[in-house]
Design a protein around this ligand. Sequence first.
Ligand code: GLP
Length: 635
Amino acid sequence: MGHPSQRCWKGCSRQTVDDMHDRYEKIPVQVYPEAGEAARRVAAAIAGLIRSRQEEGRDAVLGLATGSTPIPVYRELIRLHHEKGLSFCNVTTFNLDEYSGLDTNHPESYTRFMREQLFDHVDIGEGRTNIPNASGDSAEELENKCAAYEQKIRDAGGIDIQLLGIGRSGHIGFNEPGSPVTSRTRVVTLDRITRLDASADFQGFHNVPRTAVTMGVGTILEADKVFLLAWGKGKADVVRIAAEEPESEVVSASFLQRHSNAEFVLDKAAAGDLTRLRYPWLVDSISWTRRMKRRAISWASGKTEKPILKLVDDDYNESGLGDLIVEGENSYSLNIATFNDFQHTITGWPGGKPDANEETRPEKSTPHPKHAVIFSAEPQDALVGMGATINRLKEQGHHVTLVALTSGNLRVRDQEALKLIRCLKTLGQSEQVSHQLGDHVERLQVSHAEAALNPEVRKLKSAILRAEVVDSASALGVDEEALQFLNLPFYESGRFRQFHVTDADHEAVAKLLEMLNPNLVFVSGSVADPMSPQGIAFQLVAAAIRKFPITADHIWCYRHREEALKPYEIDMSVPISPLQHELKGNALQRLRAVVDLRNEESLNDDRSVAAAYDELGLAEYEAMEVFQRVKVEKL
Ligand code: GLP
């Protein structure tokens, strides 16, 4: 089996497509419309256990997870504690894992995470919370600590409910690919994908610890009840593999299939690659919508490696799409209708083409020009996701405003802040900054995690990113006056995986929207992890539009990193010429301070989507920026 991240856009490696019929869910899976509802259900199950044990005079033993995923569950448990009198006095907890070598006060240590996200807010007894400890002088010492952790779980009577997230490498806890099903608590080496995913939290890949301690797969499987939670499209691929493919050490979460009481709890986006949602015609008879036909026929095209217009009746039958033909159509007419559907998503006029027949165009031609408001969760997002389209909108005479909802300072490299301080020093103007930063300058030099969270350091980094974004936008034809930097408070007071949205955030976005009153809106992240800045930004914009309806019946979502759209998910694709792509590349190169902004990769993503259209037999373009339409009434 290939690594999940190496799979093609069709979501299934070619060699396994044929046995698709056998690959449905091998574990109970519950899908909820959104993460909040799912989290409330899991929290209710935990609360139910705690209360019933209290009535029996017994303890409840919880296995707890970290990362952004379980946070909504913890927030709900805290609410139940404050508002419904749920006491944690009879609760003992065991956490799954911890990074090696971090002080318990390190902002990324799981010990600190658990204090901040749960323990400090409920009445759990001191000494009743357990987190594996990854520090120890010798291998033997570490081994003893791990064995003692296992013994302590046994002494507590075993885990009643175990919460799990899932990493993109398929890990549960830190059981990376290759972890045996019998593994116990031990020290492990972290997978490259896991370290890449954590690199923004740690201000760069090289700061992420290389090892960690984790409960083993065998330890986890001994829990009475297991909930594996996942939110957002970024998890969809690995969730499908864990739920539908045979158990394998490549994806340790798949071993949950052998547990008699394990369940996956997903939001719609994380469930999106499951066969029943992605290829529903393989599971049941369905009523065919136009969009569903587009999805099925493009899938058949990929599976048969034939362009759409060359598909024949047999290809439909062999792809399980025989009933499409039975419905009174033949492959010829279906091919043409689908080809045209795809063709009509392509437009060089993202703001609508003046005086054109708009029936088959993605965007209305009137009014013209439009006022386009383009929201970025972090200031660089829109430039990466739709830089060439921004340039086109400007060139086609639209009024464009770029709104950076957050400052994005957590993405800025420490070295960039130091560079600025050095420049100021050379110019004899560093005194005020050095005074405000105090010993954080030295901390920056050693990439001390606390420095990145210091408000003065954050201010400095915000200014750096702002300057770069202004510069980058100017390369795309957008002047500084057209940029708005909102610096939303949820970002300033939070950090990755742990943001907390308040009314102040909602008010700021709603006020701005009311003031700008756009008739064309772009935003990223409709299916992003709801705890990420992009997921939060989408929810804030959606809430603002519900409050101050815009004069358009839809908004456009642009692609964000790790959320590549499959062709059938695309409602508008804006072709990019080689020259325009070069222009975008030039603009992105001006964003030098951003940690792990992989310019080449983003440009290649634009090329891959154009290649996917080409494979379907549509025109061959250098690159494309693609968008999904979301109806305002559905926000
Ligand atoms: C880390 C943790 C896992 C967690 C995973 C996913 O690797 N050790 O327990 O499930 O991250 O994190 P997130 O929930 O932030 O996506």
